[in-house]
Design a binder for this molecule. Structure first.
Ligand code: ACO
Length: 317
């Protein structure tokens, strides 16, 4: 496959660190030093499906195709107001496409899992042009009284249109079941037969454990992919990493012995938007004219599961 268009959409409400200081025992200094974040876009009146649709339509326009050309939609999503149908179905109706659709939940790694699935489907000849959307509202999963977690997240959607091509140089997906490290549990409807105890709980995250695992797994994925492709770290123009925390990005940069010019970031302005983060950053680079034909890019993400996804792509647009 090759990427031929990108798009993004974020909620209008911007929540600064100073705004968080108003109701949490926190400080702008603590948040900036520990995470690199200064503000984040947070859903207020918007619906996630509308942001996802806006990102999708922008990607389709950027690709120079029409919704009628899309013959499969994959949407990466962890939560939204609909349990069913999947967000991909809602996007399909909203953009006026007619193709089959599926949602995938691989937590923050979901956009890269979805790109990999799109490549497989194109290779199998079952689809030619695929819309991949990552839409997330992690601010709805956290306890807004808990300063250790709610300051970290933002909401948004990113999208890419992919079609036949050979720009995916390599990809690597891993999953290690480690649910105790990061999870979010909600209750379902009661029935007359339920005897087990159920309790809805906001997202739990062991921040230090996630930090260590993220740095080690992302560096390992990237090194493996570079070795397999016979590339050196400096051959990659940009490492487009999951924007979870500036210190994680800096640590991965250090592991690869590169300078930060290879690591574009937007975590300062968006916070952690889960699987949407890589898609949003890719769109920013594309629309800012930072990507040239022939550039090699690494995408790499990690998240609950514990899942990781990484790929090397050549920019062909
Ligand atoms: N403001 C002020 N103080 C705070 C805040 C806050 N918002 N949050 C925690 N603290 C305090 C703690 O209570 C603690 O105080 P104590 O020393 O008196 O006990 C102190 O700051 C240090 O807390 P730590 O948790 O040890 O801080 P740490 O340096 O580890 O940073 C952080 C925490 C930012 C969560 C870090 O561990 C991290 O980034 N982890 C990775 C998280 C991540 O990337 N998650 C996403 C990946 S998966 C996904 O995207 C869903």
């Amino acid at each position: 496959m090759k990427i031929i268009g990108t798009g993004r959409a974020n909620p209008a409400k911007i929540v600064t660190n100073a705004m968080l200081e108003e109701f949490l025992d926190t400080s702008d200094e603590w948040i900036r030093e520990r995470t690199g974040m200064t503000e984040r876009h947070v859903i207020s009146s918007e619906k996630l499906e509308d942001l996802a649709t806006e990102a999708a339509l922008k990607a389709i326009e950027n690709a120079g195709v029409t919704p009628a050309d899309i013959d499969y939609i994959i949407c990466s999503n962890v939560v939204n107001e609909y349990i069913t149908p999947g967000l991909s179905c809602i996007i399909q109706g909203a953009i006026g496409a007619k193709c089959a659709c599926v949602d995938v939940n691989a937590a923050c790694s979901g956009f890269i899992y979805a790109l990999d699935m799109a490549d497989d489907r194109i290779k199998s000849g079952k689809a030619k042009t695929i819309l991949v959307v990552a839409a997330e509202e992690p601010t709805r999963m956290v306890d807004w009284k808990d300063r250790s977690i709610c300051v970290l997240f933002g909401d948004g959607a990113g999208a890419a249109v992919v079609t036949e091509g050979d720009a995916l140089i390599g990809s690597r997906l891993t999953t290690v079941s480690k649910t105790e490290c990061l999870h979010y549990v909600r209750t379902l409807e009661p029935t007359p037969y339920i005897t087990k105890e159920e309790e809805a709980k906001p997202m739990y995250m062991n921040g230090r454990e996630v930090f260590k695992t993220a740095v080690l797994s992302s560096s390992r994925d990237i090194r493996t992919l570079l070795d397999e492709a016979g590339l050196q770290p400096a051959d990659i123009k940009y490492y487009i990493l999951h924007q979870a925390n500036m210190r994680i990005i800096e640590a991965i940069c250090g592991q690869l012995k590169l300078d930060m010019s290879h690591f574009p970031t937007n975590v300062a302005h968006y916070g952690n938007t889960s699987s949407a983060s890589v898609a949003i950053l890719l769109d920013e680079l594309n629309r800012d004219g930072k990507l040239q034909k022939g550039d090699k890019l690494v995408l790499s993400a990690f998240g609950a599961g514990f899942t990781t996804g990484a790929c090397i792509i050549e920019w062909t647009k």
